[in-house]
Structures are given as structure tokens and as C-alpha cells.
Design a protein around this ligand. Structure first.
Ligand code: ADP
Length: 257
């Protein structure tokens, strides 16, 4: 999808002045986040540990209740209309949270069941995803017997089972080998080209550079800047995205021009 087309596209995610405090207000995890992701974008969220990425993602997925402000997924408010919001969104969490006793096929099938898909739809979609993620041969294997890479692919396939329009990939390549990282990039690009909007968090700067058409820098519960890689480099007057990241989030934080 071309950039201009994406600019006119509807919002996949719309976050307005979102705040979240923990421990009776003592911890301010989100300090008024404003963010918009357009349909079709491959959007990166970069920030150091403790920046607020998980809190933001968990709020979108209805796992954390915002203190104030709002967020919606394809127009469905994550609090008032959380069931619809969750139907629009697929979530591949950082931690592999598979049921070890289920086979790959059952993992996908049961997930489809939770979302009200018919048996026939589930079987068709399971077959499709097993093929896309090169898991067909492993469909009868229990999750506990899969390699790390296969577990990761199963988690992402599961997130896509109910055909969400918006996919959250939370550090999908943390701790995976180079080959699988390349494979996951390929899958993610393909899914995005087929129309799925993606929000990616990663600590690998080159990954964001390779995949994302828009990047938001987050630190200390605030969005510092949003833009394409070249816009960010220009704003921070540096030559690489890594320098942007360090300048924005390092000890000597700088605001962009
Ligand atoms: P990130 O995902 O970017 O590492 P988090 O959203 O996990 O950031 O954390 C943001 C801030 O909120 C941190 O200061 C963290 O310690 C705090 N925090 C996160 N979850 C909780 C919680 N359940 N209770 C208290 N503080 C929390």
C-alpha cells in the first residue's frame, strides 16, 4: 500500500490522552499518550524498558484499565466496546504462553472457537495458517515438543486465527536465531502486504528500520516523536535510526527540532 493511500486510510488504532497510574498513583506508567495508526501501516514502537510499551499494549487488549483518556481499535473503544475491540485485534505476546498439552492444530482451532468461528471456518483457517507459517508437518505435535522457533510461529499464527485487522507483535524476535528472525520478517511483511495493520515492539533497531513505515519513540510514559525513519533522522539531525534512538531515550535526552 502506498504511503499516500495510508494517510487517507481510517484509524486502526486511535489513542487519546491515555494515562495509566499504578500503586495509587505513585507510578505513572502512561502520562498522556496520543497516537494514531492508520489502516495498512506497519508501525513500530521503540523505547527502553520501563517506557510504558507493555502498559499501552495491555490497555489496547483490555488487560489493563486506563486511568483516564481513551483508546479504540477500528473505532471500537477498548473499555466501552471491548469485545469488538478485541475481535479487531490479534495479540502475539512477548512471552510464549501456549498450552503445552495442545497440538499446534488444536491451539489454532480452540482460539478460533473462542471467537465464535464455525468448525468449517476453523479448519480452513487452520490449514491456511499452518501453510503460511510452515507448520503443517508439525500440526499434530504438542506445543511442549516444538522448537523455540516453532513455538513463536504458533503464537503468531494463533493471534491471526480470527482474521484480526490489527496485529500486535510484542518483541516477536527476542532471543531467536538469525534465520528465524529473517523468516519472521518475511511472514510479517506478507501479512502486512495482505492488508493487516501491524504494531511492532522491538529492541532491534535494524528490525524496525527493515519493517516499519512509521515509528513512534516512547520514553517515560510519553511519545517523544512519530515519523518515518528518514523524518526521525532529520528531526534529530543524525544519520542512523540507532543514533535517533540513543539521542531520544539516552541519559542526555534531547527533544527533536
Ligand atoms: P515497558 O513495557 O516499556 O518495559 P511497562 O509498561 O512494563 O514498560 O512499565 C512502565 C512503568 O510502569 C514502569 O515503571 C513499570 O515498573 C511500571 N509498571 C508496569 N506494570 C506495573 C504494575 N502491574 N504495577 C506497578 N507498576 C507497574
Amino acid at each position: 500500500m502506498s504511503q499516500s493511500k495510508k494517510n487517507d486510510a481510517p484509524s486502526a488504532l486511535y489513542v487519546k490522552n491515555l494515562k495509566k497510574t499504578y500503586n495509587e498513583g505513585k507510578v505513572k506508567a502512561l502520562k498522556g499518550i496520543n497516537l494514531e495508526i492508520k489502516e495498512g501501516q506497519f508501525f513500530g514502537l521503540l523505547g527502553p524498558n520501563g517506557a510504558g510499551k507493555s502498559t499501552l499494549i495491555h490497555t489496547i487488549m483490555g488487560l489493563v484499565t486506563p486511568t483516564s483518556g481513551s483508546a479504540s481499535v477500528f473505532g471500537a473503544d477498548v473499555v466501552d466496546d471491548y469485545q469488538l475491540a478485541r475481535t479487531h485485534a490479534g495479540y502475539s505476546p512477548q512471552d510464549i504462553n501456549l498450552d503445552w498439552f495442545l497440538t499446534v492444530e488444536q491451539t489454532l482451532d480452540f482460539h478460533g472457537g473462542y471467537y465464535g468461528m464455525t468448525k468449517k471456518e476453523r479448519a480452513k483457517r487452520t490449514d491456511e495458517l499452518l501453510k503460511v507459517f510452515s507448520l503443517t508437518e508439525k500440526k499434530k505435535s504438542r506445543a511442549m515438543f516444538l522448537s523455540g522457533g516453532m513455538k513463536r510461529r504458533t503464537v503468531i499464527a494463533r493471534a491471526l486465527m480470527h482474521r484480526p485487522k490489527f496485529l500486535i507483535l510484542d518483541e516477536p524476535t527476542a532471543g531467536v536465531d538469525v534465520e528465524l528472525r529473517r523468516d519472521l520478517w518475511k511472514y510479517a511483511k506478507k501479512i502486512n502486504e495482505q492488508g493487516t495493520t501491524i504494531l511492532l515492539t522491538t529492541h532491534y533497531i535494524e528490525e524496525a528500520e527493515e519493517l516499519c513505515d512509521q515509528i513512534a519513540l516512547i520514553n517515560d510514559g510519553k511519545i517523544l516523536k512519530v515519523g518515518t525513519v528518514s523524518e526521525l533522522k532529520k528531526a534529530y539531525k543524525v544519520k542512523t535510526l540507532e543514533e535517533v534512538y540513543l539521542k531520544a531515550t539516552g541519559d542526555k535526552q534531547e527533544s527533536p527540532v
